[in-house]
Design a protein around this ligand. Structure first.
Ligand code: FEO
Length: 402
């Protein structure tokens, strides 16, 4: 990211990571950015740093504006290492007057860097710090998505630095939401929500309420990843409202893994039954050809998930096992679920899937359909019937909603 002015005297000095394809298990197919911002005021202030691998880019960007030693304050909105990877070096180089963070931020900073002597300035929600012409206002956003997370709002510019919220993993030379393909942007935002914020949906819902109550004159939202929102703020806020409320579309998602094609035949038969409902959109994903972090992006707005796995060694197939445990951690909600699969002699996979979906409090609407070895015509007909029944349920809900 070469330096660009976000608002008068406020610069984007973060880094574009075109290369990254894995962020602790999240498949970042389009790379990402680590956003950091420099505010030139009487107190020159740096908002966040970047991942250590992007240190050179970051420092060069700052030096296009000022020498880093001139920075007075550093704000650490979030302590995860993709935003504090250069903090240690910056603290040594800059020796700032204040290192501004939340109460939990100080604790997490100490656990990361072990510096009791840093000039911490702990701020609580609604605290304000003047930079001269501008005022920073803070909002603690605990567990969104770390305990330390907070937002920083520049009152005079209507600019909200929102840390990981409202972001997406998308490397781009463009800085703003209106400079980039909107459907690509929203897909990546949904994927980001599903993989990072989904388990904290009740808190996200509350946060959106708090932001509305604060009645901020929001002109821009600048997250720590991806583009800055200036033209589509209502759209991203609405999307977060929907995702955090479990709002689903008309999609039924069949997710399966197969051993000797029997479970695949069952998946296609279930699909056949579902497709009799013209108001439903059916998507099928073979886990062998999709990354689990892309699959949960599809789960986010699905009304029902139908999961199929053959049984192997008294359990699910390995890729389904990985997927379902990953999904379990993300706590999807407000969905129907059902399971199917083939087996040789023990047949535990279907029961295991049902049990995990029940633990997740998904609405398991079928007992589960399993067949020994290769499905007969009769079993395939039962699969079609199962698809039909799931479709009936989803269709009835859709009619009620309209
Ligand atoms: Fe982008 Fe939670 O770090």
């Amino acid at each position: 990211m070469t330096t660009r002015e976000v608002a008068k005297g406020i610069y984007a000095v973060g880094a574009i990571d075109w290369d990254i394809r894995d962020m602790h298990g999240y498949s970042t197919n389009r790379g990402t950015t680590y956003n950091a911002f420099l505010i030139i005021d009487e107190k020159i202030t740096l908002i966040d740093t970047v991942k250590h691998t992007c240190r050179d880019q970051f420092l060069a960007n700052i030096r296009e504006i000022i020498e880093p030693e001139k920075i007075d304050y550093i704000v650490a909105n979030h302590i995860e290492m993709d935003h504090t990877g250069c903090l240690q070096e910056m603290m040594e180089l800059v020796q700032p007057e204040k290192l501004i963070c939340s109460t939990m931020g100080k604790k997490v900073l100490l656990d990361h860097f072990h510096h009791e002597d840093w000039p911490y300035e702990v701020v609580k929600s609604n605290a304000e710090i003047s930079l001269g012409k501008r005022t920073l206002q803070f909002l603690e956003t605990r567990m969104l998505h770390w305990p330390d997370s907070m937002f920083t709002y520049v009152k005079e510019d209507g600019l909200l630095f929102s840390s990981d919220a409202f972001g997406e993993h998308l490397a781009s030379s463009e800085l703003f939401d209106d400079e980039i393909d909107f459907s690509k942007l929203m897909y990546e935002c949904g994927k980001y929500y599903a993989n990072i914020l989904y388990p904290f949906s009740p808190l996200v819902k509350k946060l959106i309420g708090t932001l509305e109550e604060m009645n901020l004159d929001l002109k821009m939202i600048a997250p720590d990843h991806g583009v800055i929102w200036r033209s589509h703020i209502p759209e991203i806020i609405d999307a977060y409202k929907g995702w955090s409320s479990g709002k689903a579309g008309n999609k039924v998602l069949i997710i399966y893994e197969t051993m000797w094609e029997s479970t695949r035949k069952m998946a296609y038969a279930v699909n056949h039954g579902l497709q009799e409902h013209k108001d439903i959109s059916v998507s099928m994903i073979n886990l062998k050809s999709a990354h689990y972090s892309d699959v949960v992006a599809e789960v986010l707005d699905a009304k029902a998930i139908v999961l199929g796995s053959s049984t192997l060694n008294n359990g699910m197939l390995p890729t389904m096992n990985t997927f379902i445990y990953y999904m379990k951690g993300l706590k999807p909600f407000n969905k129907y679920a059902a399971a199917f699969g083939s087996f040789g002699w023990s047949g535990e996979a279907v029961g295991l899937i049902n049990s995990i979906c029940t633990d997740l409090k998904l609405d398991v609407i079928e007992d589960g359909l399993k067949t020994k070895f290769i499905p007969s015509e009769e079993v395939l007909a039962q699969c079609v019937e199962m698809g039909r029944r799931i479709g009936d349920k989803v269709s009835a809900d859709l009619q009620q909603e309209n």
